[in-house]
Ligand binder design. Structure first.
Ligand code: PGA
Ligand code: ZN
Length: 383
């Protein structure tokens, strides 16, 4: 496959904010792909754009001639794409470009994108869906300090799990309308219910679904001057107090999944939590930012047993693959994840299945999120 032309433009994501769409013209047709964008981004994520989205659009146009020299036919050839794009574009633009390239290779090989990664992939990831939201993803004044409260049905059948989550999310709405006097059905950035409850009250509501529960504390978002600064209700917790508080929540609500319970620099507190709860998923997101070096540190310090994989946190799919391989070697579970600002792009589903992710964290409803879950179901049905 040969790339004959490359261009990019800004489109609006689910938050109505600008993100990038990259298009390529090849000998087998034209292909486009877009990148999502995060809001509660980790400090160690790669920059979304080199200087700005507009500058990335200009930069990518100037690369077109270089691409035309290359013959690209497999996933590993993305390395050559990266050599050309080297540091001229940011992570969002690179991810969109590489996604478009994967689509073109798949077309030429008459394969699905996931088959380019692992043609014998079989196992489907477990769905983890954001049902109630707070933190930076909610615009309410009074809201949970934690960012996400997740439902994680056990079913390995993706279509069934999707139905279970949608049904549970409806039930949760009914409960919220009864129990949260301020709630009128508001939604947050990820189409989860935006409530004014605190985290315990939110978990009390979710407990009624009888599904496995998870939280994304996104703790870096409210960590300042050595304290976790809770607003609902106002309360400061030191790292030790945070460890005790999270431990109590895990016990009281039998939490199955705990993401970013501490600040993104605090590998040690993650280690303490994992030591106490080795049978729960202790997940790094802002802690690890899909970055192999940070994962290496987390492995050495025994900080986590699961890692969020967000392709645009690192941009390069080759680097993302290195992170995945390191995780696999060390028995760290993979959680492929959407971003809070999403597009209709479904590449995430192919990557998650191709790399045999253990979990797929992609919301429950909203067309951008459902598009990815539906793509996963489509793959399921094709096998
Ligand atoms: P983000 O949040 O996409 O806004 O970074 C998602 C998450 O923290 O998991
Ligand atoms: Zn997170």
């Amino acid at each position: 496959m040969k790339i004959r032309g490359v261009s990019a433009r800004a489109i609006l994501d689910s938050r109505k904010e600008k993100t990038i769409l990259v298009s390529i013209q090849t000998n087998v047709g034209d292909f486009s792909a877009s990148s999502p964008s995060g809001k509660s981004t980790g400090k160690y994520e790669a920059k979304s754009y080199n200087k700005s989205l507009e500058e990335d659009i200009k930069a990518i146009k100037q690369m077109a001639d270089y691409f035309s020299e290359e013959f690209i036919e497999k996933f590993e050839d993305l390395r050559r794409v990266e050599d050309i794009a080297d540091r001229q574009i940011g992570a969002n633009t690179l991810f969109a470009l590489e996604s478009a390239v994967l689509k073109a290779i798949a077309k030429e090989k008459k394969k699905e994108v996931w088959e380019l990664i692992n043609s014998s992939a079989k196992k489907f990831p477990t769905l983890a869906g954001n049902c109630i939201g707070g933190g930076k993803h909610s615009n309410l004044n009074k809201k949970p300090d934690f960012q996400e409260f997740l439902l994680i049905p056990e079913s390995k059948d993706v279509e069934k799990a999707f139905e279970i989550n949608k049904e549970a999310k409806k039930e949760v709405k009914e409960t919220l309308l009864r129990e949260d006097s301020k709630f009128k059905g508001e939604k947050n950035d990820e189409d989860a219910w935006a409530v004014s409850l605190n985290e315990k009250e939110a978990l009390d509501v979710l407990k009624k679904t009888k599904l496995n529960l998870g939280i994304d504390v996104a703790a870096s978002g409210f960590y300042k001057r050595k304290n976790y600064n809770y607003k609902n209700p106002v309360f400061k917790r030191s790292s030790e107090e945070q460890l005790e508080y999270i431990s109590n929540l895990i016990k009281n609500f039998n939490l199955f999944y705990i993401e970013d319970a501490f600040d993104e620099n605090d590998f040690e507190s993650f280690s303490k939590l994992l030591k106490r709860f080795p049978d729960r998923l202790i997940v790094g997101d802002d802690l690890t930012t899909t970055n192999a070096k940070r994962l290496e540190k987390a492995i050495k310090m025994k900080s986590i047993n699961a890692i969020i994989i967000k392709p645009n946190q690192i941009g390069s799919l080759i680097k993302m693959k290195e992170t995945i391989e390191l995780a696999r070697k060390s028995n760290i579970k993979l959680v492929f994840s959407h971003r809070s600002g999403e597009t209709d792009e479904t590449m995430l589903a192919d990557l998650a299945f191709g790399f045999q992710s253990d979990f797929f964290k992609c919301g429950i409803t909203g067309k951008e999120r459902e598009a990815k879950i539906k793509r996963l179901i489509e793959i399921e049905k094709s096998l």
